[in-house]
Design a protein around this ligand. Structure first.
Ligand SMILES: Cc1cc2nc3c(=O)[nH]c(=O)nc-3n(C[C@H](O)[C@H](O)[C@H](O)COP(=O)(O)OP(=O)(O)OC[C@H]3O[C@@H](n4cnc5c(N)ncnc54)[C@H](O)[C@@H]3O)c2cc1C
Length: 285
């Protein structure tokens, strides 16, 4: 298993914020997780998937990071079921599914995510969520160091939330997805259309971590921010995207604290004008 000291996390968080951690581990097999967690008495361990939904609030972390990016990413197919390790990406999964004429993953093709991150966040779009195709999850329970399996029905999925977000002592290791036989040309077209529509709306030319806030019932966050005149509002290198106000972009040298300061201003102004308490979707680390 690869292990690096004083590791710079800039390429491992989609905001491209500069931050260093004391140690970074890149597991390759299940035993690596058990080894790491049983031989390490420091309880402050941070799990990172592909870093597409996190705000690194500090410039230095004493905590050790376990990073599932470019490792622990084997994928198997059994009939119409895809079984993937937590470090595999949704892009890899959907491309493999397309090549095997399996449908069900097209809408996830363009969501930058590891399998583990997608389960924890219940990633999705208005067309569906990861829970819709999930069968079960294998995880390491740090409370007793046992590897366990949990059925989809017991994961308590909600909008961008799951059992795993509420229990951060569980590490997602593997997930099973149930797909259906489909037409490869139709699957390919759907994937291409999904990507095109999303890129037309999202500020992909700048580092960002997708939608900052969860959608409050009956409202959309972007239009509320527009109404407040906050489009383009910036603190340091963190700026509310002019293309999509629900996104914060890094214009070059943003720190995690710049991003959090923009978020605090939006929360304050939305509360004052609309009486709504916004909930941040991104995980603050
Ligand atoms: C351009 C862009 C567009 C996006 N569009 C969407 C969208 O349409 N829909 C959507 O839902 N999201 C979207 N997102 C957000 C992001 O893609 C998802 O939240 C994604 O599921 C995060 O996966 P990740 O692997 O990057 O997780 P990370 O950001 O690495 O981690 C997210 C959380 O999960 C935890 N975690 C990660 N892996 C594990 C594991 N194996 N075990 C336990 N805990 C773990 C982390 O500790 C952290 O708390 C977008 C992001 C970007 C940058």
């Amino acid at each position: 298993m690869k292990f690096l000291k004083e590791f710079n996390l800039k390429k491992y968080n989609a905001y491209r914020v500069n931050a260093v951690c004391s140690k970074a581990w890149f597991p390759e097999k299940e035993e690596d997780f058990t080894f790491l967690c049983s031989n390490n008495t420091d309880p402050k361990r941070i799990i990172l998937g592909n870093g597409n939904n996190i705000i690194l609030s500090k410039e230095y972390y004493e905590e050790e990071f376990i990073i599932l990016n470019g490792c622990f990413d084997k994928i198997e197919i059994e009939d119409t079921t895809i079984i993937a390790e937590a470090g595999a990406t949704l892009k890899q999964l959907s491309e493999l599914a397309m090549n095997c004429s399996l449908t069900g993953l097209e809408i996830f093709y363009d969501i930058p995510s590891s399998v583990g991150g997608a389960v924890v966040m219940n990633a999705g779009t208005k067309e569906g969520e990861i829970k819709d195709i999930l069968v079960k999850v294998r995880y390491l329970d740090l409370s007793d160091l046992q590897i366990k399996e949990i059925a989809k029905e017991d994961i308590g999925f909600e909008y961008r939330n799951s059992f795993f977000q509420k229990h951060t002592d569980k590490i997602v290791l593997k997930a099973w997805f149930n797909l259906k036989k489909g037409n490869p040309e139709q699957i390919k077209t759907k994937m291409a259309e999904t990507k095109q529509t999303r890129w037309a709306k999202q500020p992909r030319e700048y580092p960002n971590c997708g939608s900052v806030f969860k959608r409050p019932p009956g409202r959309y966050v972007g239009p509320m921010i527009d109404e407040l005149g906050l489009k383009g509002f910036a603190i340091g290198g963190a700026k509310i995207s002019e293309k999509h106000s629900g996104f914060i972009i890094n214009t070059g040298n943003a720190t995690g604290q710049d991003i959090l300061a923009v978020i605090a201003e939006v929360e304050k102004r939305v509360k004052e004008k609309f009486g709504i308490d916004l909930e941040v979707e991104q995980r603050i680390i």
